[in-house]
Design a protein around this ligand. Structure first.
Ligand code: FAD
Length: 264
């Protein structure tokens, strides 16, 4: 079974600034980590490989520093990794990101492409579905378990809040894993130390089946984030001091004045 897992590098802190011109995150100098949701996707792929054998490739589109999450994926057990990295990819929205990922997958032999449910930075939860569209394969989101696997199909459990269903998808397909569906294993430093060959293949736009720069990055992104700002806090605050009786009386009078209390 050939498994590919999409992993994204996200800021490791909430103290991140936006570029006022492009509306994209300023990632320079900000600590980064693997998107927590992608750990569940990777663990699902590792468990599936234990069940039926195969090969796992971790895939990310990002700056050169994103290599660190690929090494983490390999230390957790992925067999190889692909870093899609090029200045032409910068500022990509969901459409351009999904197109780039689909291009990195095209031409490879693969059975299941795993994604996380969403990221902790962009948070749109659309990349998996759009990547599947570009690849022309079925996809399903909110996957909580892989029930059964055969040569030509996979049965997955899907949690839809109001009900749970088991769906059968023909292979190849895209599965977007829900959160907290497993316990991701820790990276093995022994495994990392024992790596004799560089496990990361680096691709640029020129290496993709469609190298047209108009399809990628800001050029290929119909969505532009116009402005991001902290909402102003307009609510007024009034402090009430005194004993329990005094504050209760003052609060009751205030609520009555604002007509939040009805006289009985
Ligand atoms: P999601 O769709 O939430 O990610 C789902 C899964 O896809 C991930 O768990 C991962 O497995 C995989 N994945 C996602 N990105 C990558 C990657 N680079 N490499 C490998 N796997 C990946 N874009 C829009 O089109 N519309 C918007 O409204 C929008 N609003 C934004 C608001 C903010 C504050 C920010 C920072 C970005 C916004 N973007 C928007 C841009 C969007 O975040 C990026 O295009 C991003 O590359 C993909 O979307 P996501 O992070 O939401 O991914």
């Amino acid at each position: 079974m050939e498994l590919i897992v999409c992993v994204k590098q996200v800021p490791g802190t909430t103290q991140v600034e936006m570029d006022p011109v492009t509306g994209t995150l300023k990632r320079d100098g900000v600590s980064s980590k693997m998107n927590p949701y992608d750990l569940f996707a990777l663990e699902a792929a590792l468990t599936l490989r234990e069940r039926c054998g195969g090969h796992i490739t971790a895939l990310t589109m990002g700056p050169p520093q994103a290599k660190s999450i690929l090494l983490e994926a390999v230390s957790m057990g992925a067999d190889s990794a692909v870093l899609l990295s090029d200045r032409k990819l910068g500022g990509a929205d969901v459409l351009a990101t999904a197109y780039a990922l689909s291009q990195a997958v095209k031409g490879r032999k693969w059975d299941i492409l795993f994604c996380g449910k969403q990221t902790t930075d962009g948070d749109t939860a659309q990349v998996g579905a759009e990547t599947a569209e570009f690849l022309g394969v079925p996809h399903v989101s909110n996957v909580t378990a892989i029930e059964d696997i055969a040569e030509d199909h996979v049965d997955v459990r899907v949690d839809l809040d109001t009900h749970v269903m088991v769906q059968r998808l023909p292979l190849p397909c895209v599965l977007c894993m829900d959160r907290d569906v497993n316990t991701p294993r820790l990276p093995s430093w022994k495994r990392r130390r024992e790596l004799t060959e560089e496990p990361i293949e680096v691709l640029s736009v020129a290496d993709l089946p469609d190298p047209d720069p108009k399809r990628y990055g800001l050029n290929g992104s119909p969505t532009k984030v116009e402005r991001i700002f902290q909402p102003e806090k307009a609510a007024q605050r009034q402090m009430i001091y005194g004993s329990a009786e005094e504050t209760a009386a003052a609060l009751t009078a205030l609520l009555a004045e604002k007509k939040f209390l009805q006289e009985v």
